[in-house]
Design a protein around this ligand. Structure first.
Ligand code: PMP
Length: 397
């Protein structure tokens, strides 16, 4: 009898042979600026822990206290017996932070997009998506039965073209949903959400923004892209985000109208059918919001360091693309070169991973760096010196 699982090893071997398998690096200890990766002390330069909150004493204390007061598991899914006071307080505080009528917390950002998008649209609807949107959006759209149209990256004129075509479609679409990342994770550029929202308004479309990389980074107190552009909730209907990046913990969320939240929690299958956050997670997320509101210096520091780093790399002649945020890609072109550069940086003590095809175009391989407010000026200078040394050796500059 043929082994029905033989494809597992065969497909894995294909990945290994084409060097597209993931080789995991292990952190032994916390994700601090200087950390132990695979037994070596290196400067972390690729984590999403933008503000260093994953090791903030207030978050750690809140998590520990919640474990003592509420235990380490919620015991159920939210709709049955898994809603605790901490979950309700978190949603209340998040809505206040986002200046929204209501918020809803999911288990992860991925679970948010995969759970909500297929409820907002279905058969007879059209999703209009930026070509560089995150994979969790793409999967959310696939789970719906809606048609999908893609517009050129961050291009309102092309979005308008798609909207005009959608208007003349027969039979008429029931609903239109425009969906975009807020900050694009591979290039660090910001979606022109003001113009996207205006087009959505003119064409009667819902507007959904995934602000995973904008929260804790953009807008006053790091409230995110909607605050950054000063947009009303009547223009951006779903503001989605995650606690797994600048907030330093884990968990997805949406903010918008009370109607949106009532709809979302009654219909999203990922929310209804999957266990809720352990109490220490909910408590740490609450503490993160508190820190963002009270300690505004972290966001300021993040931007100061970002400017220092981008200027130094630019002066050295590196190509940092069109980044406008603390995500700074160092584009080298060829995948092998990107891998060599990353390996050399690691030897020098800087941990920054290569991003290669199919995550980016074949000739746009890069090292993606992400700034962290917990770094010192000297840390950033060390990173620049490492890039300079490795870059010259490999003739990138
Ligand atoms: N959206 C974007 C734009 C992301 O970058 C990510 C994380 N890679 C997610 C959604 C998923 O978030 P989470 O890690 O909370 O599942």
């Amino acid at each position: 009898m043929r082994d029905p699982t033989s494809f597992l090893a065969a497909e894995y071997q294909d990945l290994v042979a084409s060097a597209t398998d993931w080789k995991l690096h292990t952190l032994r200890g916390p994700s601090t600026p200087w950390c132990d990766v695979d037994g070596r002390k290196v400067l972390m330069f690729c984590s999403n822990n933008y503000l260093g909150l994953s090791n903030h004493p207030k978050l750690i204390e809140a998590a520990a206290a919640a474990a003592r007061s509420h235990g380490v598991g919620s015991g159920s899914v939210r709709p049955i017996a898994g809603t605790m006071d901490l979950h309700m307080e978190l949603e209340h505080r998040l809505a206040r932070f986002k200046r929204a009528e209501a918020s809803l917390v999911y288990q992860s950002g991925f679970a948010t997009n995969a759970g909500l998008i297929p409820q907002l649209v279905g058969e007879g609807d059209l999703v209009i998506s930026d070509e560089l949107n995150h994979g969790s959006i793409i999967d959310g759209v696939r789970l719906s039965r809606a048609e999908r149209a893609v517009y050129r990256h961050a291009d309102p004129a092309d979005l308008e073209r798609v909207l005009n075509e959608a208007e003349s479609h027969q039979p008429a679409y029931r609903r239109l949903l425009i969906i975009t990342d807020g900050v694009f994770s591979m290039d660090g550029d910001i979606a022109p959400l003001d113009r996207i929202a205006a087009l959505g308004h003119d064409h009667g479309a819902m507007v959904y923004v995934d602000d995973a990389h904008g929260e804790g980074v953009l807008g006053p107190e790091g409230r995110g892209i909607v605050a950054h552009f000063g947009l009303g909730r009547d223009r951006v209907h779903v503001e989605m985000g995650t606690f797994s990046k600048a907030f330093g913990v884990v968990g997805g969320h949406i903010s918008g109208s009370r109607d949106l939240v009532n709809f979302a929690f009654n219909k999203s299958r990922t929310w209804l059918l999957s266990g809720s956050h352990p109490p220490p997670v909910a408590a740490a997320c609450l503490a993160a919001i508190d820190v963002l509101e009270k300690e505004t210096e972290h966001v300021r520091r993040l931007w100061d360091l970002t400017r220092r780093f981008k200027k130094a790399l630019g002066d050295l002649g590196f190509n940092t693309g069109k980044s406008q945020t603390p995500i700074t890609p160092v584009i080298v072109g060829d995948s092998h070169r990107a891998k060599q550069l990353s390996d050399r940086l690691l030897e020098l003590g800087l941990f920054a991973l290569p991003i290669v095809y199919p995550m980016v175009a074949k000739d746009k391989a890069r090292i993606r760096t992400i700034m962290n407010a917990a770094l010192t000026d000297a840390d950033v200078d060390f990173a620049v010196a490492s890039f300079e040394k490795a870059g010259r050796e490999l003739h990138v500059i």
